[in-house]
Design a protein around this ligand. Structure first.
Ligand code: SAM
Length: 352
C-alpha cells in the first residue's frame, strides 16, 4: 500500500492499544522488549552501557568478560530486531575500552557478531567525532575522540530521508559573501610559469567562477594550474588534461549538494543537574531520527539514560518508547521529556 499520512496515523492508533507509545519504562530492557509486539518500531536508536566503562549500578556492562558482554548485548539486539518493522533501522552506538594498554575493539566485535548471528546488513559505520574530548593527557597514545554508530537494517526497503543529513557547518562569513573565494588562486596564477596571455585568461576565468559561486550558480570550484597542481585523473577529466596543457589552467566546477559523509562532528554534552554522566548529544539523535524516520513514526531506545532519544523524537514529532534500568534516570528522563515540545518544521531543519 502506498504510504500516506492517514495509513500511518491509523497504524499508530492500532499500535497504541498494544504498545506503550510515548512512555518511559523502568526495568530490564531484555524483559521489557520481550513483552512488546513484533514489527512496531521504525527506529531503534540506542547507546548501551559500554563494557567496564562506567558504573550504572546493576545492568549490562558489568560482565566478567567482553565475550559475555557481547553475548548479553546480542540478546537485546535480537529483541530490537523482533520489534522492528521491515522498513526500520537499528542504530547502535558503542564505545571502546582499553585493557592492559590495548584497545579491545569491543564495538567492532559486537558489529561482526551481530552481522554473523542475525539477518541484518550494516549500512554505515558512522563516526561521531567529539569536538571536545575529555582532555586526558597520555604519554604514549593519542586522546580517543571518536565513537562508532552502526546503522543496521533488515531489508533494502528501509526508510531513508537523507535530505538534511550532515549539513556541513556554515561557511565562514567572508566566504559566504564571496570575499576571499579563490583569492589564493590569483596569487598562484602570478607565481606560475604561464605566459602573460595565459595568466590573463586564467584571471578572467577565475573571476567568472567566483561570480558563479556568489550568484549561487555553482556551490564551489577548484582551479588547477599547470606546473603547480597535480594532473586530474582520466575519464571526464581527459578534457581537463588537454585544457591544462593547452591553456595552462582548468577550473573544476561543483554543482548541487555537498556529499553526505559518514562522520558527525559534535561536542559532548553535559546537562545541568543531570544525574547521568554519558549523555549523547541531542543534535546527533535528531540527525538519525530525521534520516531514518517520518513524523508520526515510532522510535525506541532500550537504554534511554537521561532521555535524549525520547526528547529528540518528541521535538521532531515522532512517537517514542524508552527503557532504562535505573529508577533515578527514569525519573529524570520523564521530567526532561515532559518539558520538551514539538518544534516547528522550520526549527527542525536548522537544529544542526
Ligand atoms: C550509555 S547510557 C545511555 C545514555 C543515553 N544515550 C543518554 O543520552 O542519556 C546506558 C544506559 O543503559 C542503562 N542500562 C544498563 N543496563 C540496562 C539494562 N539491563 N536494561 C535497561 N537499561 C540498562 C544504564 O542505566 C544507562 O542509563
Amino acid at each position: 500500500m502506498p504510504y500516506t499520512d492517514d495509513t500511518k496515523a491509523s497504524a499508530s492508533r492500532a499500535q497504541a492499544e498494544t504498545f506503550p507509545l510515548d512512555s518511559i519504562l523502568c526495568g530490564e530492557s531484555l524483559d521489557l522488549l520481550q513483552k512488546l509486539p513484533a514489527g512496531v518500531a521504525d527506529l531503534v536508536l540506542t547507546s548501551p552501557p559500554y563494557f567496564h566503562q562506567r558504573d550504572y549500578g546493576p545492568g549490562i556492562g558489568n560482565e566478567a568478560t567482553q565475550e559475555e558482554y557481547i553475548a548479553t548485548l546480542l540478546k537485546v539486539f535480537g529483541e530490537c530486531l523482533r520489534i522492528l518493522k521491515r522498513t526500520g533501522s537499528l542504530v547502535f552506538n558503542i564505545g571502546d575500552k582499553y585493557e592492559r594498554q590495548s584497545l579491545l575493539l569491543v564495538p567492532y566485535r559486537f558489529a561482526i557478531a551481530a552481522l554473523t548471528q542475525f539477518p541484518v546488513r550494516l549500512v554505515n559505520n558512522i563516526t561521531w567525532v567529539k569536538l571536545n574530548p575529555t582532555p586526558r593527557h597520555f604519554q604514549r597514545r593519542l586522546v580517543s575522540s571518536s565513537e562508532p554508530f552502526f546503522h543496521f537494517v533488515v531489508s533494502n526497503k528501509y526508510q531513508y530521508f537523507p535530505g538534511d543529513f550532515l549539513r556541513q557547518p556554515s561557511l565562514p562569513r567572508s566566504r559566504r559573501r564571496g570575499r576571499g573565494i579563490g583569492h589564493r588562486y590569483f596569487q598562484l596564477i602570478e607565481a606560475s610559469t604561464l605566459t602573460a596571455e595565459q595568466k590573463a585568461k586564467a584571471r578572467s576565468a577565475l573571476e567568472a567562477a567566483i561570480a558563479e559561486v556568489q550568484k549561487g550558480v555553482i556551490s564551489d570550484f577548484r582551479m588547477k594550474i599547470r606546473g603547480l597542481h597535480s594532473v586530474p585523473f582520466g575519464g571526464r577529466e581527459g578534457g581537463r588534461n588537454i585544457r591544462l596543457e593547452r591553456d595552462g589552467f582548468t577550473i573544476i566546477r561543483m554543482h548541487g549538494e555537498r556529499l553526505k559523509r559518514d562522520v558527525i562532528e559534535s561536542p559532548v554534552e553535559s546537562l545541568k543537574g543531570c544525574p547521568h554522566r554519558a549523555v549523547f548529544p541531542e543534535a546527533l539523535a535528531k540527525e538519525f531520527i530525521r534520516l531514518l524516520t517520518h513524523p508520526g513514526d515510532v522510535v525506541v531506545d532500550p537504554f534511554l539514560g537521561s532521555g535524549t532519544t525520547a526528547v529528540a523524537a518528541k521535538k521532531l514529532g515522532r512517537h517514542y518508547l524508552g527503557i532504562d534500568i535505573n529508577p533515578d534516570y527514569c525519573v529524570y528522563a520523564r521530567d526532561r521529556v515532559s518539558r520538551a515540545t514539538r518544534q516547528t518544521p522550520l526549527l527542525d531543519a536548522g537544529a544542526w
